[in-house]
Design a protein around this ligand. Structure first.
Ligand code: ADP
Ligand code: MG
Length: 390
């Protein structure tokens, strides 16, 4: 689960990490008062969306008067922000953070993540923080300091201080850095975080160390033990179809392609997507209907795929192990009855009760192409989809 910058900064403050004064607003009418309460004469208006790269997408605007702040708010509220990290549709801007403009001396990077290879919590730090950190990581990886911490051990102060030295921080900032890193580590471990990041972590000309931005991703599997975190969820930032799918225990991820896929088992779903690509098509989604699926769940999955705008054809690939293919066929027919069928569909059923399932489909009035072989099924749906697209 992702959260907004203002929420991440709220957690930072609870764990003694310093952030600039800022006020969240829901409409332009609140801007004037926010500026007055913050004081100063430079403010930054920041779009609250679940994506980074906002600066590059025009979602972080520096303003030198209240009028400029109001103009920035009017420009952003109610629109969608497209950044290098969003898709072409972007994400809705419903809230803005008005923050005091800071006199930045240096922009550092500090983050923690789980490194599966070393099985450690890895601290990443760099003197080259800011909007181009991805470029630094790919072109000059030696500028990223890495330090692994055994998750069963502790992060000790000397190690934090040594990272501070490597970042070239003067003594007065070292203590602030140690507090910041210990705070991040505490959030990471106590809240079951998978990624936490401050970019940029700035030093100011009056010798302060401040988290100017904040990103936290939580491990969904552990959310059941963090009610306070679940409350921070903002579903306006999430994919509607993915949410609807998860309510029905379906593993669904929207993609940009045109062929909707319904498969049982994550591995088989990946292989099916690869096969579609291999034969010249592109998948519109990843969908694993699960092992012990029911006819109802299949019907729901089918409805989800068919109502996804970019879909021009559907490939169903079921390997019946625990699940029975005749139940899958029933689900498909039920869904067609309910939502109609206006797209070409190829169904490949194999395994338990496959013959009965295929017969049900063949005997129905619905215009369904059945295939016993997966490669043939993929070739068929790619060809049928191309006819539709032309
Ligand atoms: P994103 O990473 O999504 O682009 P950031 O919050 O990191 O958004 O902002 C982008 C850049 O804007 C920062 O690297 C910093 O240079 C500048 N910036 C952000 N907030 C402030 C602020 N309060 N004062 C001055 N500059 C800021
Ligand atoms: Mg940033």
């Amino acid at each position: 689960m992702h959260i907004h910058e203002y929420q991440a900064k709220g957690l930072f403050r609870q764990f003694n990490i310093k952030t600039p004064e800022a006020i969240l607003i829901n409409s332009t009418s609140e801007a004037n008062k926010a500026c007055a309460n913050l004081g100063g004469n430079i403010w930054v208006v920041k779009a609250q969306v679940h994506a980074g790269g906002r600066g590059k997408g025009g979602g972080v605007i520096l303003c030198r008067s209240v009028e400029e702040v109001e103009a920035a708010c009017n420009q952003l509220f109610g629109t969608r922000l497209i950044t290098p990290q969003t898709d072409a549709k972007g994400l809705p801007i419903n809230q803005l953070l008005i923050e005091g403009g800071q006199s930045i001396e240096r922009e550092l990077y500090l983050g923690l993540l789980v490194d599966r290879q070393t099985q450690k919590i890895t601290i990443l730090a760099s003197t080259e923080g800011g909007m181009d950190i991805e470029k630094v990581a790919s072109e000059t990886p030696d500028k990223i300091i890495k330090f692994g911490v055994d998750p069963l051990g502790v992060l000790n102060i000397d190690d934090c201080a040594s990272i501070a030295s490597k970042l070239g921080l003067v003594d007065s900032l070292k203590d602030q850095f140690v507090t910041t890193l210990l705070g991040l580590y505490e959030i990471f471990t106590s809240k079951d975080v998978s990624l936490i990041e401050i970019n940029p972590l700035i030093t100011t000309i009056d010798n302060n160390l401040l988290a100017l931005d904040g990103k936290i991703d939580f491990d969904d599997n552990a959310l059941y033990r963090h009610e306070d975190i679940v409350e921070l969820r903002d579903i306006s930032q999430e994919d509607e179809k993915e949410n609807e799918a998860s309510e029905h225990q379906l593993n669904y991820i929207s993609l940009d392609g045109t062929i909707g896929c319904m498969v049982n088992g994550a591995g088989l779903a990946m292989a099916t997507m690869d096969l579609i690509e291999h034969h010249g098509g592109s998948p519109a989604n990843f969908l694993d209907v699960g092992g012990g699926t029911t006819a109802d769940r299949v019907a729901k999955a089918f409805e989800l795929i068919q109502t996804q705008k970019n879909v021009v054809g559907i490939l169903v690939n079921i390997f019946g192990g625990i699940v029975r293919c005749d139940l899958i066929a029933e689900g498909i027919l039920r869904a067609i009855e309910k939502v109609g069928l206006n797209l070409p569909i190829v169904v490949r059923l194999e395994g338990t009760n496959a013959t009965a399932g295929l017969k049900l489909l063949d005997d129905s009035n619905a215009d369904i192409h059945t295939e016993a072989d997966l490669t043939q099924a993929a070739i068929k749906i790619v060809a049928l989809s191309k006819e539709v697209s032309v």
